[in-house]
Design a protein around this ligand. Sequence first.
Ligand SMILES: NC(=O)c1ccc[n+]([C@@H]2O[C@H](COP(=O)([O-])OP(=O)(O)OC[C@H]3O[C@@H](n4cnc5c(N)ncnc54)[C@H](O)[C@@H]3O)[C@@H](O)[C@H]2O)c1
Length: 442
Amino acid sequence: METNRREFIKKSALGTAGLAIGGMGLSAASYRRIIGANDRIIFAAVGVNSRGLANINAILGCTGTAISHICDVDSRAVVKGIDEVEKIAGSKPAGIGDIRQLLENKSVDAITVATPDHWHAPMAIMATRSGKHVYLEKPSSHNIYENEKLVEAYKESGKVIQMGNQQRSAPTSIEAVERIRKGDIGKPYFGKAWYANTRGPIGRGKEIPVPEWLNWDLWQGPAPRTPYRDNIVHYNWHWFWRWGTGELLNNATHEVDVCRWALGVDYPDRVSAMGGRLHYEGDDWEFYDTQVVNYQYSDDKLITWEGKSCNGMKEYNMGRGAMIQGTNGSFVLHRNGYEMYDLSGKLVEKKEETGKSETTGTRGSGSLDILHMYNFLEAIRRGEKLHAPVDDEAISVNLCHLGNISQRVGKMIDVDIDTGRVRDDKEAIALMRREYEQGWEL
Ligand SMILES: NC(=O)c1ccc[n+]([C@@H]2O[C@H](COP(=O)([O-])OP(=O)(O)OC[C@H]3O[C@@H](n4cnc5c(N)ncnc54)[C@H](O)[C@@H]3O)[C@@H](O)[C@H]2O)c1
């Protein structure tokens, strides 16, 4: 059931400008001058169980947008997504179960992707080849090889791909990074990122029949087939190598990225990771619930990430954040603002973000989503510089992949600083890519 594009646009008289204007600090009149009706961008939201709903809110939080399709392999999620659009925009998008059919639809300009990680790069590559722009949730890929293929497709297609690490669009973080680069804390040399949560165990999965609401074959997509179990869908796939990428790519993709951005670095020479499934034992969780990863840049810079999935002990009173240390002082950057400290560790300045963003739940919704989406739209409409273009973000995502590779092989790995590839270690090199289901190879 397709909705005619013109009729759809007519029906979706988006009454949501207020949200967007509030989020960006623009007056209604100035905003209307910026965005004309002809600039309207038609979206399909793909993967809408949880984060996808936040993406829907961000799209409709910006004037000059409409959502014509909701795509999910869970028929209940499709209904949830349609209801969300209807609640906000008053129009009813079409529901669709298969991304391949959706991509044939020429009226869709852009898609958001908030599926499990194993689908991110394959879906974004398919979408750009079909002429769509992509707002792609982090992490951009399931492995390093996929990032390389994705960046190739991005450059070839000329389409816009923004990765969904929304802090890149936080005005206070942009300002703090500018100040760090200007020398406000002297020479910056150390970035410390952290994440803490209180996730419970996931038990031992039992094989059960595939629920009637789920297309399990398409949910698995590029991943090799396996029988359905009752502790995978939704969300817990994060903790299985076959589909997920662990806490490191689930969350360090935000704050390790902030460190890399603030320090102005790309690939390190060496990566080491240690930790394990230390908090709980005896369940199916394949990754690490406690992990420390170090990135050594020549001899003059260091980034460290400390991830705690099952113990919410905070640092600087925050469950997540990034601290940048320099020769004259430090900055702490987070989604709701920044603090500057002098060399003795005394707070000297504090700035709060005007809008608020969720930092404790798993959906990450809030005002930064709107700013990030707005930047994506402006890049499509007017060629504005993207805050999180996928070719740059693939570097941060690869840093996280390298951490997992080091942990898995149990030793420090050497990295080619030009390509981000592992050097001189057969076992680690093999982990830069995955096995694909036959017929789904990239
Ligand atoms: N930027 C952020 O702050 C932020 C916050 C939360 C999640 N995320 C990212 O968003 C993604 C989704 O996370 P979530 O918590 O919503 O996961 P989830 O498991 O709750 O939802 C994923 C949805 O994708 C659907 N799906 C699976 N295969 C599909 C396919 N082939 N076509 C269409 N739909 C498909 C599933 O049925 C489900 O509805 C993850 O990659 C996560 O890392 C980002």
